[in-house]
Ligand binder design. Sequence first.
Ligand SMILES: Cc1cc2nc3c(=O)[nH]c(=O)nc-3n(C[C@H](O)[C@H](O)[C@H](O)COP(=O)(O)OP(=O)(O)OC[C@H]3O[C@@H](n4cnc5c(N)ncnc54)[C@H](O)[C@@H]3O)c2cc1C
Length: 468
Amino acid sequence: MKDVATSHLPSRRRFLQLGSAALLMPFSQGQTVAAKPSLLLPGSDGYRQACTLFNSRLKPKPAAVKSCLTEDDVISGIKWARENKKTISIKSGGHCFEGYCMADDSLSLDLSNMNAMSLDAASNVFTVAPGAKLRQINDFLLAKGRVLPAGSCAGVGIGGLTLGGGYGLLSRQYGLTCDQLVGIRMIDAEGNVHECEGEHPLLKACRGGGNGNFGVITQFRFRTQKAPTNLYHRRFKTSDLTPAKVKNLLETWFTATKELPRDAFSAFVLNGKSLTILLTHTDLKSQARITALMKPLEKLVTTTTRYHAPLYPAAIKTYYGRSGPLPFKNACAGMLEGFDELKDIAEALAQQVAATSGVIWQCNTLGGAIQDPAHAAASVFAHRACGYMAEIQGYWDDPAREARVVNAVDAIQTLLAQHGIKRHYCNYPDRNFANPQNAYFGAVDFLQTIKRRYDPADLFHHPQGIRV
Ligand SMILES: Cc1cc2nc3c(=O)[nH]c(=O)nc-3n(C[C@H](O)[C@H](O)[C@H](O)COP(=O)(O)OP(=O)(O)OC[C@H]3O[C@@H](n4cnc5c(N)ncnc54)[C@H](O)[C@@H]3O)c2cc1C
C-alpha cells in the first residue's frame, strides 16, 4: 500500500515542485501538442464550444471551463475555484448521460486533452491519462497484442468509465475496467497529489465510487490481458412482437444466458416491437456449449444469423457506435439478478417500449469474473450479485419529439421503480433516481470516510455523489 502526498495547494514552493513532477510523468505517446491550457468564462470566445458534450440534449452552464494539459493546470484550477468560491466538476471524455462533468455554476476541469499513454513491456502495465478515449486505447494496445477490458463505444473517456466501473464484451472473462486498476494519481481539494497502489483505501474507493467525488484522477495504471484473436458473434432477430411474446422471449433469454461461459456476452435489445439478441464470445471452444444453450431461443425468433468470426481488432470497431454530439435520454433501468424481478411487469414494459418510437430497452449480461470475490473485496462497485444490467434509451432526430421521448423514458423508469427496481449503475445515471447514494454505491459509510479525508468541504461536488 502506497500513498505519497507530494504537494499542497497554498504553498508557492509546492506548486513549483509539482511542476517538475508533472513534467516527469512517464508518458510516451498520445499527448496532444496543439491544445493549450485555458480558462474560459461565459461570453468569452470558445466558451460555448467548450460546453459541448456528447449528449447534445444537455445545455450546461458552468461558471468556467478550464482546459488542462498537466497536473499543474489542474492545481491552478483548484486554486481558482477556491478563490472564486465555486465547486468543481471534472470532464474526461464528456460522455456522462446527465452532464455531471460540467455542472451548472461549477468550474469544469476539462482533461480531455490529457490523453498520453504507455505500456511497460516487462509487466504489461498500461499507464494512461484520464482523457484518453476507448478508440485511442484500443488502437494503442491492440497493436501490441494487449487489451484492456472496457466499454465498447469509441469516444467514451477512460476517466469516467473506470471510476464508475466499466463493463463491456470482455467483462465476464476478466472483470470490470475498475477491476484491472493497479494504481492511480489523484489531486485532492488542497492540491495534494496522492499516488496510490496495493490495498490503499482511496484506490478501492475509486474502483466504482470515484466519479467526481474525491479529487481529480490524473493517471491510471492498469493490468492488461492478451488480446483475443477473434470475436465470434451472431444475432437472433424477430419483429411484430406482442407483449406476451416479449415476456416469453425474455424468460427464455434469461434462462439461456445464466450458464454462459465466461468469454461470452449477450444483450437483449427491444426496439419498438422488434428484438435483436446479440451474442459474442472469444474462445472457439465455447461455441458448442453456447449453441446448445441458445437452442430454445432459436425456436422463438424469425432470423438467426450464422456465426461471424472477424479478427478482434476489426470486430470491435463494429461496436464503436455513432459519433456525437447527438441528443438522447439514456439511463440505467436496473441492475438485475434474473427474470423474477421483471416477470410481473414484462408485458407492461414491452407495451410502453412499443408505444413511442425511438425508445429502446436493453439488458446486458454481467456476472462471470465480475462476481469473483477478490474483485468484490478490492472495490466498492455495488450490486455484483446482479448478473444483468438493463438500460433504457430514448433517441430522436426531430427536436419536436424530444419531450415525447423523454416522457416515455421517464414513465418506464416510474414503472420499474414502482416494482422495486432500485439498484442502478452509477455510470448510467438518471437525475430522477430516488436516493442515488444507495442506488449506485456499495459501502456508503466507507465512501463517506474517504470523502471526509480528501474533500471534506465538498469542493468536488457531484450532484448525485457522496454526501458527507
Ligand atoms: C455512447 C455511450 C456509450 C457508452 N458505453 C458504455 C459501455 O460500453 N460500458 C460502460 O461501462 N459504460 C458505457 N457508457 C457510460 C460511460 O461509462 C459513462 O458515461 C462514463 O462516465 C463516461 O466517462 P467519460 O470520461 O467519457 O465522461 P465524463 O462525462 O467526462 O465523466 C463522467 C463522470 O466521471 C467523473 N470524472 C471523469 N473524469 C474524472 C477524473 N479524471 N477524476 C475524477 N472524476 C472524473 C465526472 O465528474 C463525471 O461525474 C457509455 C456512454 C455513452 C454516452
